[in-house]
Design a protein. Sequence first.
Length: 214
Amino acid sequence: MVVKQASAPKAYFNITGLGFAKLTKEGAKLEYSDITKTRGLQKIGVETGGDLKTAYADGGPIESGNTDGEGKISLQMHAFPKEIRKIVFNEEYDEYGVYKETQGKQNNYVAIWFRQERRDGTFRTVLLPKVMFTNPKIDGETAEKDWDFSSEEVEGEALFPLIDNKKSVRKYIFDSANMTNHSGNGEKGEEAFLKKILGEEYTGNVTEDNGETL
């Protein structure tokens, strides 16, 4: 038998292309609205690993299997724009510029996606179709000497969407290095992938939070 040689892995050097969309419907299919991309992503972590469970017999382990486990996501932003705050945290201000966090207020379920880029030009895009985030913590500190820029951090949980009559998916990964269609054009492949998940409302020139198109 011939021993296969794995290709040398390429490390990721940049994260970009952060996007959010409000999950509006589950069931027969998932539907999204308010598809918005933003800048300012500093750090993100996704953990969807479960636990190993082992069966024992005849004095030793004979079989193992892994559970789905909880899907944890941590997100650090330079700052959350108001458009993203409305989509993710259900944070709306009245005409007087006042936001009220009422008792029992719930954040929205959202899809989140981001791109990890490699130096050779290939990239992978990770999409979680159903996530709920905590509210960002409010911190404040005065710079003593030099400029001291703030950042905002939130945590969330990635869930399995409710899909009728089929297994739901908690995490999607598109990798342009593994794509064989679209004539090897990673940008076209990514757009087709995102449109398939988010719906026809998604286009490559989606709205950014400052009103411009990307």
